[in-house]
Design a protein around this ligand. Structure first.
Ligand code: ATP
Ligand code: MG
Length: 344
């Protein structure tokens, strides 16, 4: 069966959005608006899988929303909302808790990284996170999911859940007139030179909101001086930039900065090296800082302007949530019928 093409993705309000979120996800969100119906979500229920200060969380939710809008997401043509306002996400996640297998979740590297050594003390929510993510996507029967490279494994799990639901309930799906498959197998969209932006302090670690070092990331709220300072201090090796892309493989920090430059300039890494091959970092870093400032400062200014306008932000979220819920409720009705739950 052919499913209507639809895009879903989300960002957690766990702190300041950063360059990795922007290049790995939000830039793609913006571009996809041209071709698809899109649903973009501030996933606050995911955020609380690790402790969030209740005094801070509302600010983080509104600021993430403001960033979406400042980057050019159109909340009228598409849908922008926060996850907790559409209870169907959590409801479908429960059904998926009963579809997904323990063995599948045990393989998830994000849980291992985030739970760290003290796994016994991690929340059950952090463990079941990928099931909620599958529900976020599939409650809209979305077909395409733009994410950074780090979310690839969770997307594969979403596909496994969709597939198992379609198989386990196959007879019921057909009996209720939904054909051979109720859920599409959602496709990850992970492309371009910055699908995994690395920490500026450690080229082997992903840039993350939850990294304790602010020097490790460029926040979308950083001013021009801060950006220039962080780029200047970014860890590098002593060699000049190579002429060939292949030579970046053994140089994670250089590879990262070249990838960031390429993504911001809208070119390939090879093209960046054509221009900067042989250059020292002392020449490349200021060029990169200038490019970042030119790219990010309009977004920063607009985010600042929007984020404190609670009336406007909250109205965007309420309107988006109402439209999202209308879609999600239809899916949940069908899921209840398929599973055999009596409903009103
Ligand atoms: P946290 O540390 O709280 O998990 P995060 O920085 O990983 O925060 P998320 O909200 O989990 O941000 O991810 C939002 C989107 O940004 C996802 O699509 C994710 O794949 C993408 N993303 C996150 N970090 C990076 C990165 N360093 N490079 C590219 N994409 C990224
Ligand atoms: Mg993350």
């Amino acid at each position: 069966m052919a499913f209507k093409e639809k895009v879903f993705s989300g960002v957690q309000p766990t702190g300041n959005l950063h360059l990795g979120n922007y290049l790995g996800a939000i830039v793609k969100f913006v571009a996809l608006q041209e071709r698809y119906d899109c649903i973009y979500c501030v996933v606050d229920l995911h955020a609380i899988t690790v402790w969030q200060d209740p005094q801070e969380l509302p600010r983080a939710i509104r600021e993430a929303t403001a960033t979406f809008l400042a980057c050019g997401i159109d909340p009228k043509k598409h849908i922008v909302f926060n996850q907790s306002q559409v209870a169907e996400h959590a409801e479908l996640a429960w059904v998926f808790n009963c579809v997904a297998r323990l063995g599948w979740l045990n393989r998830m590297t994000q849980f291992k990284e985030k739970a760290g050594k003290d796994r016994e003390n991690a929340s059950v929510g952090l463990y079941a996170y990928p099931n909620l993510m599958a529900a976020d996507i599939l409650v809209y029967r979305a077909t395409h999911v733009p994410v950074g490279e780090d979310q690839k494994q969770h997307l594969e799990l979403s596909r496994d859940i969709a597939q198992k639901f379609n198989n386990d309930y196959g007879d019921s799906i057909r009996a209720h007139g939904f054909g051979d498959a109720f859920f599409p197998l959602p496709e990850p969209l992970i492309q371009g030179p910055a699908t995994r932006v690395m920490s500026l302090r450690d080229g082997t670690k992903k840039m993350s909101k939850s990294d304790p070092s602010d020097q490790s990331r460029i926040n979308l709220t950083d001013d021009a001086d801060t950006i220039a300072h962080k780029v200047r201090r970014a860890k590098t090796d002593p060699d000049p930039l190579p002429h060939e892309e292949k030579a970046l493989e053994a140089r994670p920090e250089a590879d990262n900065l070249v990838g960031i430059y390429a993504a911001c300039a809208g070119v390939t890494k090879a093209e960046v090296l054509k221009q900067f091959g042989g250059a020292q970092f002392s020449a490349f870093k200021p060029a990169l800082a200038d490019l970042l400032v030119a790219k990010l400062s309009p977004i920063t200014a607009e985010t600042r302007r929007l984020k404190d306008d609670f009336a406007y932000i909250d109205s965007v979220l309420a309107d988006g949530a109402a439209r999202a819920q209308a879609l999600a409720a239809e899916t949940m009705k069908a899921v209840k019928d398929i599973v055999g739950l009596v409903r009103r």
